[in-house]
Design a protein around this ligand. Sequence first.
Ligand code: BJW
Length: 231
Amino acid sequence: MAKIVILTGAGISAESGLGTFRDKDGLWTRYDLNEVATPQGFARNPGLVHDFYNARRANAAVAHPNAAHHALARLQAALPGQVQIITQNVDDLHEQAGSTDVWHMHGRLARARCASCNHRWDAPAVMAVQHPCPACTAPKTRPDIVWFGEYPFHMDDIEQALSQADLFVAIGTSGNVYPAAGFVQMANLAGADSLELNLEPSQTITDFAQARHGPASNIVPAWVEEILSGR
Ligand code: BJW
């Protein structure tokens, strides 16, 4: 049974109104990533980091999946057990579209974590560091997000899926951030075919066997239709 491993990034959610990081007007042009997306930044100013993620949680709460998220959910439903979605995104638009078993390698806005005992729980709309952990009561609440210098989630499962992939597809990701940017090389080493679907050529374009460029809401449904019609 053919295995398709799909990596998504901020570009797939751009047409749902959620900002990307490195495009013109992207989040990193307005915020200093060292202050809002590192453990050191959180230690220096947890209030600033919570403000950043509380605002992103509020934006994500009113966002809806677009045609690209729906197309991937359709592909998963049509090929049960053959399509694994790995996302770098912290929104839940894949799940809202009906995808199941999505690996959020950089965490989720919808979850909170205790920086003291690692307990996790559903995030309230507005979080603050002082909120006591439901398990150990420490006032060390943080977003359940993977920041720079931290180890991404699901890496063992991801490495195994890539080693068994027949096709690796990266959608809406600039290829700037590791380890995700290295997945195409891991899939290539495993003998998989590879396809980039992005607005423009990414940093890792030369590692892909094939590429199509344009808005995700156009090129992803078109690709899914081709797969499902056997073309
Ligand atoms: C569209 C579109 C449309 C627009 N349609 N497309 C030196 C060398 C190599 C590595 C390192 C290094 N120094 C440090 C590192 C490691 C570091 C890293 O990679 N740094 C780089 C900046 C160099 N990585 C880490 O620290 C990671 N941990 C780690 O490495 O642990 C050790 C380890 C080693 C080996 C194995 C395993 C582990 C952790 C990284 C954590 C990233 N965190 C962030 C923020 C938290 C989440 C959040 O707040 O949301 O995650 S950073 C940010 O970038 C976010 C994203 O998930 C991530 C990737 O961004 P993405 O999705 O690619 O978005 P953009 O904006 O970059 O690109 C969007 C693309 O979409 C563009 O190409 C557009 O063209 C396109 N697009 N509209 C289709 N409509």
